[in-house]
Write a protein that binds this ligand. Structure first.
Ligand code: FAD
Length: 400
C-alpha cells in the first residue's frame, strides 16, 4: 500500500515517522511546498527570531532519517490537485499515485489587504523560515516596529523586537490583548510585562491603513493617530489551508472535516494538524498547536493502518515572552470564573465553568501546569478555595 502525505510540516513529519514505527512496509511519500525538511515553527517567533538558536535545531528530523526510513521526500513541491477517482496527486504535470492519502497542509497567516498597504515592503507575517529570513535583517536596534495584533504571535514578536532594541508599538483592535484566547488576568499580566520592557501597547485601537510609497513608513490608526514605522509585523490570526481539499471536493467545516478517526469525507483520505476540524464534546474543533499536530498525526497514522482508534485531544500550549514562560493546559472555552493561585511573577489562573475545571494558564509555574494538566485529563476539579489557598500543596489536589 502506497501512502502519500501532503504538507511537510509538524503533522506531516510525525505522521510519516509513525507509519514506519508502526511497521508499515509500503511506500511513503511526503510532499511539501517549502524547500526545507520539516521544522518546528514555535522558535520562529521566539529564540530563532532573536538569533539565539541554530537552524539545525529547528529541524524535526534530519534528511538522513527520512532516507534511512525509506520515506521519499519531495520538497519545494506544491500539490496542485487531487484526482480522487484515479487516486492520484497532481504536482503540476506530474502525477503521484496513492492508495491512501493524508492532508497535513497546516494553515496560513491572514494578511492585510493590499488596499490598506498590506503589500508594502517592510510588512511581514511570521509563519515560515523564509518569512524570518526576509524579516530578520530589518530588525535593527533603534528602528520603529509596529506590531498589528495582540495574540500570542504578535506579543512574542513584540518581545523579540524589544529585546533587540527596537522601539515597539503594538495595536490590538479588541478591548484587550489575548481577548480571544485568555482571561483578563492573563492579559493584564502580559500587558504589564510588555510595558515594563518599554513596549507601547494600544488596546481598542485598530489599523486604518499603512502608509508608504513602495515601502512602509508609518500607519494611520482607527483613533486618527499617525505613527512612524520602519517595520510592520502582522499577527492577526491564521486560516486553515483547505484549498487542495476543496478542489478535491472534500467536505469542509472550519477546516477539513474529519471524523473522530481523522478520516475525511473520502474514506481513503485523512487529515491532521492545523488544517483539520474534528469532533470535540458536542461540537467540532480545530486546534492550532504543536501538541495537537503530533498527537493527531500519530493517531491518524495508526488509523490509516486500520487501528480504528478515536483521537482524544489533550490540548496544551505555551508561549515565551522575555523571561516569562506561559504554559496552558486544557481549553478555556465557556468559563465563568477564574481562580488565581500565587502572586507576582509566578502565578496561575484556573478556568472554571461552574465547578468544572476546564483549563489553567501557568506563568513561570511549571508545577501548576503539570498538576493542572493531570487534573483536567483525569476529569478532576479541585475545590476552588483549596486551590487558591497557598497553604494547599498542589500535589495533594491530585489525590483528592
Ligand atoms: P505546518 O507545520 O504549517 O505544516 C504544513 C505544511 O504544509 C507547510 O510547510 C506548507 O507549506 C505545506 N503545504 C500546504 N499546502 C501545500 C500544498 N498544496 N502542497 C505542498 N505543501 C503544502 N504551537 C504551540 O503549541 N506552541 C507555540 O509556542 C507555538 N508557537 C508558534 C509560533 C509561530 C511563529 C507559528 C507560525 C506557529 C506556532 N505554533 C505554536 C503553532 C504550531 O507551530 C502549529 O500548530 C503547527 O506547526 C501545525 O503543524 P501542521 O503540520 O498542521 O502545519
Amino acid at each position: 500500500m502506497d501512502i502519500v502525505v501532503i504538507g511537510a510540516g509538524q503533522a506531516g513529519s510525525s505522521l510519516v515517522s509513525k507509519l514506519r514505527a508502526l511497521g508499515h512496509e509500503g511506500g511513503i511519500t511526503l510532499i511539501g511546498e517549502e524547500p526545507v525538511v520539516p521544522y518546528q515553527r514555535p522558535p520562529l517567533s521566539k529564540a530563532y527570531l532573536l538569533g539565539e538558536m541554530d537552524i539545525e535545531r529547528l529541524y524535526l528530523r534530519s534528511e538522513e532519517f527520512y532516507a534511512e526510513q525509506n520515506i521519499t521526500l519531495k520538497l519545494g513541491t506544491q500539490v496542485t490537485g487531487i484526482d480522487r477517482e484515479h487516486r492520484e496527486v497532481h504536482l503540476g504535470e506530474e502525477r503521484v499515485k496513492y492508495d491512501m492519502l493524508a492532508l497535513t497542509t497546516g494553515s496560513t497567516p491572514r494578511r492585510l489587504p493590499a488596499a490598506i498597504g498590506g503589500d508594502l515592503d517592510g510588512v511581514f507575517t511570521v509563519r515560515t523560515l523564509a518569512d524570518i529570513d526576509r524579516m530578520q535583517p530589518e530588525l535593527g536596534a533603534g528602528k520603529k516596529a509596529l506590531i498589528i495584533g495582540g495574540g500570542y504571535i504578535g506579543l512574542e514578536a513584540a518581545a523579540v523586537c524589544a529585546k533587540l532594541g527596537l522601539d515597539v508599538t503594538l495595536v490590538e483592535m479588541a478591548d484587550r490583548i489575548l481577548q480571544r484566547v485568555a482571561a483578563p488576568q492573563t492579559s493584564d499580566y502580559f500587558r504589564a510585562l510588555h510595558k515594563s520592557h518599554g513596549v507601547d501597547i494600544r488596546e481598542g485601537t485598530g489599523l486604518e491603513k499603512l502608509i508608504g510609497e513602495g515601502r512602509v513608513s508609518g500607519a494611520l490608526l482607527t483613533d486618527g493617530e499617525e505613527l512612524a514605522a520602519d517595520v510592520v509585523i502582522v499577527g492577526v490570526g491564521i486560516t486553515p489551508c483547505t484549498q487542495i481539499a476543496e478542489l478535491g471536493g472534500l467536505i469542509l467545516d472550519n477546516g477539513i472535516k474529519t471524523d473522530a478517526f481523522g478520516r475525511t469525507s473520502d474514506p481513503a483520505i485523512f487529515a491532521a494538524g492545523d488544517c483539520a476540524s474534528f469532533p470535540w464534546k458536542d461540537g467540532r474543533i480545530r486546534l492550532e498547536s504543536v501538541g495537537n499536530a503530533i498527537d493527531q498525526a500519530e493517531v491518524v497514522a495508526a488509523n490509516m493502518l486500520g487501528a480504528e482508534k478515536p483521537y482524544v485531544a489533550r490540548p496544551w500550549f505555551w508561549s515565551d515572552q522575555y523571561d516569562t514562560k506561559l504554559q496552558i493546559a486544557g481549553l478555556n472555552t465557556g468559563y465563568d470564573e477564574i481562580v488565581t493561585r500565587g502572586e507576582g511573577d509566578a502565578v496561575s489562573f484556573w478556568y472554571y465553568c461552574g465547578d468544572e475545571l476546564r483549563a489553567v494558564d501557568a506563568l513561570n509555574d511549571p508545577r501548576a501546569y503539570m498538576v493542572g494538566k493531570r487534573l483536567i485529563e483525569a476529569g478532576k476539579s479541585p475545590d476552588k478555595a483549596a486551590l487558591a489557598d497557598p497553604a494547599t500543596e498542589l500535589k495533594a489536589l491530585l489525590k483528592a
